[in-house]
Design a protein around this ligand. Structure first.
Ligand SMILES: [Zn+2]
Ligand SMILES: [Zn+2]
Length: 406
């Protein structure tokens, strides 16, 4: 089998890739229940030699391609869900669902993964192993990957002759408007951050604003907590294993002359290692409860766990950088100097199977990726010319992981 023809095969499929992408773009859906999306994906996979599993707890689809030769299984992930915002791109295939938009490019991921399934199916006989296509819902904070893992995503059956064919590698890509079309970026180690939420309720005692000594005013206590959390980051967290704590909402009171009984604070915690993540949780709880106690109030910090750190396995990251270099040339492959502080639920997959998450440039010629509207913007658009590159990358990494040489 030659890897040289993959680009041509991906380009031949561009009509299908664009058509699916635009259908998905017009019918975006949120969370883990994506019935229309699932139907469109199943339609696009019709006639391919895939063993399909329709997940029960979510709209996830796993599709297993068994090659003509024995070997392990490689997982390719594409996420399918959209975001709750109004689309203002003016594209003629803009969202038809009010308040819902494919603003993170997951429509392109799904379409690229479907076309990769077509390319790899065409080479089925020569394939030394299997490819597990993971079409997942609920990436945007709904833990879709976790639900698919819990439902047995990785429990692939043995081959027909009884030999095991475990999942030995997992790859995902994410389109981004911050890179030009034709460019790929990733890194070994932490690639994306963990993202946890915290909610703090400072309970004081309300009263008249003119007589604070008769009350326990939760507002200055809340202010002190907000400041102390930043102090905690600079004094207690290793600068080389950093963390971000941001208070995104603070709420207390009703009018100028009442001291309210309660102040509420909420925010996000980002880290790039699980050890710092645990430290931030511990320090945050102590700082919050102790400051409240110091002023005679009480505070309950609640931490809601979000996605873990997305950690690329070093060897797999090198493999991915090398594969991308073969596809795009070294000038178009960027080794990220730092992790991205956003989060990804592909982290759950990478906690089970070694692999790589990578970024695919999606801003076309004539636009500046530094100023183009970002992923999650109501104005973000993605260059469809990036899609054959993504299809080729998916197929190429699967084949090379299974041992097919150039
Ligand atoms: Zn997103
Ligand atoms: Zn995304």
């Amino acid at each position: 089998m030659t890897l040289d023809t993959l680009r041509a095969e991906a380009i031949d499929l561009q009509g299908d890739t664009v058509a699916l992408r635009r259908s998905l773009h017009q019918r975006p859906e949120l969370g883990n229940e994506l019935p229309v999306t699932r139907e469109l994906v199943l339609e696009s996979l019709e006639g391919l030699p895939l063993d399909l599993t329709l997940h029960q707890t979510t709209s996830g689809i796993s599709a297993l391609l068994t090659g003509g030769k024995p070997g392990p299984t490689v997982l390719l992930r594409g996420d399918m869900d959209a975001l709750p915002l109004h689309e203002d791109t003016g594209l003629d295939f803009s969202s038809k669902s009010e308040g819902c938009m494919h603003a993170c490019g997951h429509d392109t991921h799904t379409a690229m993964l479907s076309s990769a399934a077509k390319v790899l199916s065409a080479h089925r006989d020569e394939l030394p192993g299997r490819v597990l296509f993971m079409f997942q819902p609920g990436e945007e904070g709904h833990h879709g990957a976790k639900f698919m893992l819990e439902e047995g995503l990785l429990d692939v059956p043995p081959l027909a002759d009884g030999t095991e064919s475990p999942v030995t590698g997992a790859f995902a890509l994410h389109i981004t408007s911050t890179l030009p079309t034709g460019m790929v970026a990733t890194r070994g180690g932490a690639c994306m951050a963990s993202a946890d939420q915290f909610y703090i309720r400072v309970h004081g005692a309300g009263g008249h604003a003119s007589e604070p000594f008769r009350t326990i005013d939760p507002i200055p206590i809340a202010c002190e907590i907000v400041q102390a959390l930043q102090l905690m980051i600079t004094r207690r967290i290793d600068v080389f294993d950093p963390a971000v704590v941001t208070v995104g909402r603070i709420h207390a009171g009703t009018v100028n002359n009442i001291i309210p009984p309660l102040a509420e604070i909420e925010g996000t915690i980002r880290t790039v290692s699980e050890s710092t993540r645990a430290k931030v949780h511990e320090h945050l709880k102590r700082v919050v409860t102790s400051i409240a106690e110091a002023h005679g109030a009480t505070a309950e910090p609640e931490i809601v766990l979000g996605y873990p750190v997305t950690s690329n396995h070093d060897q797999f990251a090198e493999f991915t950088l090398d594969s991308a270099t073969q596809v795009l040339g070294s000038q178009n492959v960027h080794r990220l100097p730092n992790p991205i502080m956003g989060a990804e639920d592909f982290s759950y997959v990478l906690n089970e199977v070694p692999g790589t998450m990578m970024f695919l440039g999606g801003t076309g010629p004539g636009r500046d990726p530094r100023t183009a509207p970002a992923n999650h913007s109501n104005l973000v658009t993605f260059d469809e010319a990036a899609m054959p590159i993504g299809v080729e990358l998916y197929a190429q990494m699967a084949l090379r992981h299974l041992g097919v040489q150039a």
